[in-house]
Ligand binder design. Structure first.
Ligand code: KIV
Length: 262
């Protein structure tokens, strides 16, 4: 079983952590067989499973349904489930109730999106037995206030805010910090400044681990993909081989390359 202790040891030993989104039982099994350490039941399921154009319409019931399916197919990976938009921002008590529903559906940790202003919520959950991953940088649930899906932390001032966000969540007891679309040099500084592991998506090679969306690594969508995406199906004889290639690239530090970073 992968636990929060396993993840901390991996950071200490410089063993890279491979995280991948997962929304149902069959992929839970083949992803962990391929060596994925953390199955992220991401609210990206709004796009990949439900056909929405953003994560905003995803409900807590949607998240519980898919978390249960992943838990049914999984034996030893750590299952991380997203708290969906509107299920945790109102109060720490609201967050606790939503997090309990996800844990009862089979999650081992929950993820919330937002900076230092949510650190009290992180502490409230952690003190009540719920491990927390704080997602900072580009937070897709805030796409409307961010003005689009764009790189974060580019100025010195924004970089200082992001570093403060990470430390505030860590001080509050977060077990993982996930950074999305931030300059690689900033993600490196954040990773060095915190003792819990960092996970990056579009955040460069120096994070303690990496995450991508399953449908992106399988090249399911045609058209232009985000800079940080790599299609591991290219040249792979099977889906299982593509998943193994993703894990091997993360573990060996060959993914992400410079061309995937900002
Ligand atoms: O929902 C999701 O897939 C995510 C990843 C983009 C990190 O949060």
């Amino acid at each position: 079983m992968i636990t929060i202790n396993t993840l901390r040891k991996m950071k200490l030993n410089c063993d890279k952590i491979a995280m991948l989104t997962c929304y149902e039982a069959s992929f839970a099994k083949i992803s962990e067989d391929a060596g994925v350490d953390i199955l992220l039941v991401g609210d990206s399921l709004g796009m990949t499973m439900l056909g929405y154009s953003s994560t905003l319409p995803v409900s807590l019931a949607d998240m519980c349904y898919h978390t249960r399916a992943v838990a049914n197919g999984s034996k030893h990976a750590l299952i991380l489930a997203d708290l969906p938009f509107g299920s945790y921002q109102k109060s720490k008590e609201q967050a606790f109730e939503a997090a309990v529903a996800l844990m009862q559906a089979g999650a081992h940790m929950v993820k919330l999106e937002g900076g230092a202003y949510l650190a009290q919520t992180t502490a409230f959950l952690q003190e009540r037995g719920i491990p927390v991953c704080a997602h900072i940088g580009l937070t897709p649930q805030s796409v409307n206030t961010l003005g689009g899906y764009r790189i974060q932390g580019k100025t010195d001032q924004d970089a200082a805010i992001l570093l403060n966000d990470a430390k505030a969540h860590e001080d509050a007891g977060a077990d993982l910090i996930l950074m999305e679309c931030v300059p690689a040099s900033l993600a490196k500084d954040v990773t060095a400044a915190i003792s819990c592991p960092s996970i990056g998506i579009g955040a460069g090679i120096d994070c303690d681990g990496q995450v991508l969306v399953l449908h992106d690594i399988l090249g399911i969508y045609s058209g232009k993909s985000a800079r940080f995406v790599h299609n591991f199906m290219e040249g792979a004889p099977s889906i299982q081989a593509a998943l193994k290639a993703y894990v091997a690239a993360v573990k060996s530090g060959t993914f992400p390359a410079l061309k995937h970073s900002f």
